[in-house]
Write a new protein. Structure first.
Length: 155
């Protein structure tokens, strides 16, 4: 038995608070949900992948955080922008952006937390900040940009 919330418990919490999200794949320790979030102007289809760590694994939020990706519409870059061409994302090995939703050094998220209370609301907030950034060039969400070494460490 895991000390972390089970996939079933995570799924029940997501279903209760975010009814547009559906479980699309799962095992005992992994799950992927798909759903729609609409911060202001656009509705975004997002995919959230989560893996429950083994109790004996070193808990490293940078490596064990849920991965949130925008499926559609595609995120647009702004080359040469002061905030970066697409701020507050990690880029996976394929080149797809994974949303950076929290500061990994502040313990905002751990595998003990519920995705319905953290990851999904943070993704909605990120998308609102993204829409503002696209309109104004200013990132209103705060946070700090991670350097290339940290961004690479997550993958």
């Amino acid at each position: 038995m895991s000390v972390f919330p089970s996939i079933d418990r995570q799924h029940a919490a997501i279903r209760a608070v975010w009814p547009t999200f559906h479980l699309v794949a799962h095992t005992d320790r992994t799950a992927t949900w798909s759903g729609t979030l609409k911060p202001f102007m656009l509705a975004y289809k997002v995919r959230i992948s989560h893996r429950i760590p083994l109790a004996i694994e070193r808990i490293d939020p940078l490596r064990q955080q849920p991965e949130v990706r925008v499926v559609s519409p595609p995120l647009k870059r702004r080359p040469g922008d002061a905030e970066g061409s697409l701020p507050h994302v990690y880029v996976d090995r394929v080149g797809d952006p994974v949303l950076c939703l929290f500061d990994y050094e502040t313990d905002e998220w751990t595998p003990f937390r519920m995705l319905a209370e953290t990851t999904i609301p943070w993704a909605l907030d990120w998308l609102g900040c993204y829409e503002g950034w696209r309109a104004t060039g200013e990132w209103s969400g705060g946070g700090r940009h991670v350097g290339p070494a940290v961004a690479e460490a997550i993958r």
